[in-house]
Design a protein around this ligand. Structure first.
Ligand SMILES: [Zn+2]
Length: 284
């Protein structure tokens, strides 16, 4: 019975939970805690699927051995397929992202100007009149600004933009998004939730906005967001833009009450504990 419950839980966590969570927009005010909850639900879904086979093992003892061998074989097949798919997707997504980023880094190093103002050698300025800012994460990370953004934004707003990009790089938000992309692509097509992936992307932006607001103030951050709202950035990079209206509202709302973060953390803990508890129960 428990292997079947675990398989059901895996579907629930991979399919039903993300859709429901994406609708609870109140948690956007606590982006860090909300991201932990999203990760926990993904990890719990994977754990549930992988635990189906080990949970079926104790069934081998006892009567009706033939039927149980069949159940165990099915369980092993399911867990094995999930593991293989995750590993394959992880390799695929990772290789693709790193190749595209390496090419983009090469490109901005060729066409971009090194900004004499910045000491760490990571800044590149593109001769583009459109205000654009983004970062290329990973080894040899870059912060890319357009001449347009340097011309259009006053000092404090530029500080906000740079603080936002640095928050992405420092927090390794690329790895976080890579994890969610892998989980997203590993889930069979009909079960995928696009809303979940865009919600996670929004939370990552909200988190970087918080860092920018701490550095340059909420007003400067909000103005910089507006200035960059129309900007386009490479898909594989972490850039500002697109979600600007929601992020402006989140900035205006300010940090969440502590109870909201606590709720998200408790939810995250319970999500991970559930498959572990079920597996322990199977072996008890
Ligand atoms: Zn960003």
């Amino acid at each position: 019975m428990i292997p079947i419950v675990l398989a059901g839980l895996a579907v629930l966590l991979a399919w039903v939970a993300p859709g429901l969570m994406a609708r609870r927009t109140g948690f956007r005010r606590a982006p860090r805690a909300a991201l932990v909850a999203w990760q926990a639900v993904s990890v719990a879904g994977i754990l549930s699927a992988l635990a189906v086979a080990p949970a079926a093992l104790p069934l081998l003892g006892g009567d009706e051995a033939t039927a149980r061998v069949e159940l165990l074989a099915t369980a092993a097949l399911l867990s094995g397929a999930v593991l293989a798919r995750l590993l394959w997707t992880g390799h695929d997504v990772g290789t693709r992202l790193r190749r595209v980023r390496a090419r983009e880094r090469e490109l901005v190093d060729i066409v971009g100007r090194r900004d004499a103002d910045a000491g760490d050698g990571r800044f590149r300025v593109l001769e583009n009149p459109m205000p654009t800012a983004y970062c290329i994460p990973g080894r040899g990370s870059r912060v890319v600004l357009s001449q347009g953004v340097l011309d259009a934004l006053p000092r404090d707003q530029l500080d906000a933009v740079v603080a936002h990009e640095h928050a992405h790089l420092r927090g390794r938000h690329d790895l976080l998004l890579e994890f969610f992309s892998v989980v997203h692509e590993a889930v069979p097509g009909p079960l995928r939730s696009e809303a979940a992936l865009s919600e996670v992307r929004l939370l990552v932006e909200a988190l970087a906005d918080r860092a920018a607001a701490r550095r340059a103030g909420e007003v400067a951050t909000a103005r910089a967001l507006v200035a960059l709202a129309e900007s386009r950035t490479p898909l594989s990079a972490l850039g500002a833009g697109t979600t600007a209206p929601v992020r402006l509202r989140l900035l205006a709302d300010g940090p969440a009450p502590p109870a909201l973060s606590t709720t998200a953390y408790v939810y995250a803990t319970l999500a991970v504990l559930l498959p572990v508890a079920l597996l322990a129960l199977a072996w008890a």
